[in-house]
Design a protein around this ligand. Structure first.
Ligand code: AMP
Length: 306
């Protein structure tokens, strides 16, 4: 691969075949996984490289969709066996979700290996995988300008020490409010963010679902409400879509400061709002930059105070 065609953003995470039940609809064996949502969102902004694993059963139509979206697949591994399966059911209010099945399959033996062309990528998003694998990725990149890390309750509970270690090497940590409380033992999000910043990252981004997100740094706080939607179909992967859109927009800007991150959050929020309108990548697959810009303008004006 030519140097100038190397991805500007690399994203590592899970690839799943999901079965999802909402009060209105059940969808069986659809494309999911943190890296799938995040790369799809980021691909509207910059060339994005995917690092993940699928089994030999993985449908070629999903791979073709990623290619159509312009995602670089040089970091996608195919291993003998079945792709990771996940299944969840949403309660009537769509806020609470119960996991029905997690079948790791090839994901259990996943060791992320970055192709040579990915190792100089200036922007890196360590999606939700085991902290020791996130560390393994960090060891392979040469001098990234900005690294975002995501995690989940599982790793906070079973691999806390490694997680603290890897968080300390990243520029920004993103997690949802219950995870921030679990990780720090602090109920107040202000106190939780302070404890998380003390682990080393320059920024902590706490996600609050449809209520939006809060960016904390040593010098202040920025609040952004989610783009208000009258209706949505499936919130699965919304956090990954938000983070992917944010990192794509940040990489496109070339910056790493608070001003650029605030603007990138706006794009993350808008991209996630499109993503939840349909299951899987179905809405993102037919989305274009013009539609993103139109909603970004609307969200900006909804937040403006003079
Ligand atoms: P989220 O809605 O942010 O929790 O992300 C949901 C996506 O994460 C689904 O598409 C699943 O395939 C994937 N997923 C579910 N459980 C796990 C897990 N334990 N590790 C990695 N990815 C997972």
């Amino acid at each position: 691969m030519k140097k100038d065609s190397a991805p500007k953003l690399v994203i590592v995470g899970s690839i799943g075949i999901d079965t999802i039940e909402t009060p209105r609809e059940k969808r069986v064996e659809i494309l999911g996984g943190s890296v799938s949502y995040a790369c799809a969102a980021a691909s509207f902004f910059v060339k994005t490289g995917m690092v993940g694993v699928v089994g030999t059963d993985f449908p070629s139509e999903h791979r073709n969709l990623w290619k159509k979206m312009g995602i670089d697949l040089a970091g996608l591994q195919t291993e003998e066996g079945k792709t990771f399966r996940w299944s969840g059911v949403y309660e009537a209010n769509m806020d609470n979700r119960r996991t029905l099945l997690t079948e790791l399959n090839v994901f259990e033996r996943f060791t992320p290996e970055l192709p040579e062309a990915y190792r100089d990528a200036p922007y890196l998003f360590l999606g939700n995988i085991a902290p020791e694998l996130q560390l393994h990725v960090l060891e392979q990149v040469r001098s990234p300008k900005f690294v975002l890390i995501d995690t989940m309750d599982l790793w906070i509970n079973i691999a806390r020490e490694k997680l603290v270690q890897v968080v300390g090497k990243c520029d920004m940590l993103t997690l949802n409010e219950s995870e921030a409380r679990l990780f720090t033992g602090e109920h107040s999000l202000m106190d939780a963010a302070k404890a998380l910043l003390a682990m080393g990252p320059r920024f902590v981004l706490i996600k609050k679902g449809a209520s939006g997100s809060m960016l904390f740094s040593k010098t202040g706080i920025f609040l952004l409400h989610a783009f208000p939607l009258a209706d949505f179909k499936d919130p699965t992967g919304a956090g990954d879509t938000f983070a992917g859109g944010l990192m794509g927009a940040l990489a496109e800007s070339g910056g790493t400061g608070e001003t650029e991150i605030r603007r990138a959050m706006l794009y993350g929020s808008v991209t996630a709002a499109f993503g939840v309108e349909e299951f899987s990548l179905e809405r993102l697959a037919v989305l274009d930059r013009k539609q993103i810009e139109a909603r970004a303008k609307m969200l900006r004006s909804m937040c403006a105070i003079n």
